[in-house]
Design a protein around this ligand. Structure first.
Ligand SMILES: [Mn+2]
Length: 347
């Protein structure tokens, strides 16, 4: 037996709105989903488990048709689908009366239902969101049915307002595998027994690291799961360490290099750290134009020795200014202000 566990595809999402690559990313979310289905067509799995938030918001009818067509191209795979908090079954949801392809089972109820797979001794348990939030742990005390075979639970949530579930308790109750959705970072919670597959494509800069799905298969009757990377791009952070020799040009050169090495398609957050020469006038905007750079955060500071300056300028306006900031806990903004001020006063 072999399955693929997907979640949080978020079809219809438009990542990084306002950025040059945004609409491309919207298409890539679909593209990666299509590729996963294509992979299944070439090498069929018994089951495709989709643990919620297949869509970013209420699916349009044409989006459901598109997805259903893709499912119809993998007739040897049974698709088990639940709705999450983003694509919850609202009163006017297109999910309500949609006719799915024969190989698709959509769990419509907000309470847990169990179905037996028609071909395997596998029992699938699932429920869908019919509201934006579910604050109760609707899975509390849930136990698998008697049936001989494997018991797989499909669930979406895991935080305070979206089914605060207890994975260990569910696993202890006898579920052989818990296929989870909602958290976008892939996370195997219990080895071979419970995992968040994560979003196949990362959706914003907080979703760093690899993205893809979970594949499960039985080996000698035992379930083994593994993470399979599938995303076309990733969000990464590049830290440039400045010193007193750094110039605008040297930093641009270094950033270009690092972006090439890390993959020109990836999406970057750039951090500037270290100390720089007081007379370097950085233009972060120019760094932004060197690749898919989301933003440049400047934590670098001019190489002033504040104590020395304070003594040196004692009794002058600059000295008073330095006294004012001395021995205070400065927020990053205040710290910036301090250095701008010194620059202005001494310059
Ligand atoms: Mn969710």
């Amino acid at each position: 037996m072999r399955f693929i566990h997907l979640a949080d595809v978020h079809l219809g999402a438009i990542p990084d709105k306002g950025c040059a690559w945004s609409s491309k990313r919207q298409e890539e979310i679909w593209e990666t989903f299509r590729k996963i289905i294509e992979g299944i067509r070439k090498n069929p799995v018994d089951m495709l488990l989709i643990a919620g938030d297949l869509f970013h918001r209420q699916p349009l009818l044409r989006e459901l048709k598109e997805v259903n067509y893709l499912f119809s191209t993998i007739p040897d795979t049974r698709v088990y689908l639940i709705a999450g908090n983003h694509d919850y079954i609202r009163k006017d949801s297109r999910y309500r009366d949609f006719q799915w392809s024969e190989n698709v089972l959509f769990f419509r109820s907000e309470s847990v239902r169990c179905v037996k797979d028609p071909l395997l001794d596998v029992y699938i348990y699932g429920f869908s969101y019919r509201h934006r939030e579910i604050r109760e742990n609707v899975l509390e005390g849930l136990q698998p049915d008697e049936g001989e075979g494997m018991h797989i639970l499909l669930a979406h949530g895991g935080d305070d307002t979206h089914v605060p579930l207890d994975v260990k308790a569910l696993s202890a109750a006898g579920f052989d595998y818990i296929a989870l959705g909602h958290i976008h970072k892939p996370d195997i919670l219990l080895k071979n027994r419970a995992a968040f597959s994560g979003a196949p494509e990362p959706l914003d800069h907080t979703e760093t690291g690899p993205h893809g799905y979970i594949e499960g298969k039985t080996v000698n009757g035992r379930l083994k799961i593994s993470f399979v990377p599938a995303a076309m791009r990733s969000y990464e952070t590049i830290t440039l360490l400045l010193d007193e020799e750094s110039t605008q040009g040297s930093l641009e050169e270094e950033l270009k290099d690092r972006i090439l090495k890390n993959g020109a398609d990836n999406l970057y957050q750039v951090l500037l750290e270290g100390t720089r020469s007081p007379d370097l006038m950085l233009i972060p905007e120019k760094l932004r134009m060197l690749g898919n750079v989301l933003d440049v955060t400047d934590h670098s500071r001019p190489a002033y020795d504040l104590e020395v300056l304070r003594r040196q300028y004692h009794g002058t306006l600059a000295g008073d200014y330095l006294d004012y900031f001395a021995d205070r806990d400065l927020s990053p903004v205040e710290e910036k202000a301090l250095y701008y001020g010194i620059q202005a006063l001494l310059g």
